[in-house]
Design a protein around this ligand. Structure first.
Ligand SMILES: C[S@@+](CC[C@H](N)C(=O)[O-])C[C@H]1O[C@@H](n2cnc3c(N)ncnc32)[C@H](O)[C@@H]1O
Length: 266
């Protein structure tokens, strides 16, 4: 395949890419026609699809505020996505100016943008890695430099475990990280679901993701709960995002019902 003008080496602009689709829906500029086309199809088919993604991003903000509010000042953000409003280090450093964050993503464009944004901040790092190989992440120079596992840490899997298949055992991947966490550490998970969702939309969504860079695996409540590996969930437990520490406006919008979210403490 010859390289297209303006497209970085090693990037395939013709396969819809989940990180760039997410960026497009959130109003970002780091996406190509194939990403916009599939996103546009999903937006047209699912009335509250855009709202679901925004609700996920708002949940991330509330979750990090909560965890940082418990005194946690170091985070690993797995499947971090393209930098957008309310990045983890911005929320965490608003409570703890010295807070440290390691962003991990498999996508080279995500990492290039994250490094550009974070260049001047020695409290943060961006690591290109596949989090299905936890040992690689945990043994990285970035984690060694910024994360002290003898103290509580926040580990975040926000809207990314649904890109891991059952065969790849998402609960075991989460456990590889939580096993390293000191007591008092927090685990944040959000995950898409089709529980109580309109049946006619289910097929549209599943078909749409077949040709994307990663499949979307929707899971029900019990299967997502299992990913917490028995850690104690804080109130209100694992709930739809529009019910997690939500004000009246958040609770009133339906987009958050496409994902479950919860936080657990070790
Ligand atoms: C939907 S975005 C979520 C972004 C962010 N966590 C949030 O909630 O706003 C999912 C991200 O996970 C990344 N991702 C998917 N599979 C991954 C893997 N195996 N290892 C690391 N990152 C992965 C994608 O590149 C994408 O940036």
């Amino acid at each position: 395949m010859s390289q297209q003008p303006g497209v970085p080496q090693g990037i395939d602009p013709n396969t819809p890419n989940v990180a760039r689709m997410y960026d497009y829906v959130l109003g970002g500029k780091d996406n190509y026609a194939a990403d916009r086309e599939l996103s546009g199809h999903l937006i047209a088919s699912i009335p509250d699809g855009v709202e679901a993604i925004r609700a996920n991003r708002r949940f991330l903000g509330r979750a990090i505020s909560y965890v940082a509010g418990q005194g946690i000042d170091q985070f690993i953000d797995l499947g971090a996505g393209l930098p957008n409003q309310g990045n983890v280090h911005e929320v965490a450093q608003s409570l703890h100016p010295h807070a440290r964050v390691v962003y991990v993503d498999i996508d080279p464009i995500v990492i290039a943008h994250a490094r550009a944004l974070l260049a001047a901040d020695d409290r943060t790092a961006a690591l290109q890695a596949d989090m299905r190989e936890p040992e690689t992440v945990l043994a990285s120079a970035e984690v060694a430099r910024l994360i002290d596992f003898s103290r509580p840490v926040g580990v975040i899997f926000n809207a990314m475990l649904h890109f891991v298949t059952d065969e790849e055992d998402p609960a075991a991947i989460v456990a590889a990280f939580t096993d390293r966490m000191a007591p008092g550490s927090h685990l944040v998970i959000s995950h898409s679901t089709l529980d109580d969702r309109p049946a006619d939309l289910v097929e549209i969504i599943e078909t749409a993701y077949e040709n994307a860079s990663a499949p979307m695996v929707f899971r029900d409540y019990d299967r997502i709960l299992r990913m917490f590996n028995g850690l104690r969930l804080v109130e209100p437990g694992l709930v739809k995002l529009n019910r997690w520490h939500a004000d009246a406006a958040e609770a009133a919008q339906s987009g958050g019902a496409w994902l479950y979210g919860g936080i657990a403490v070790k």
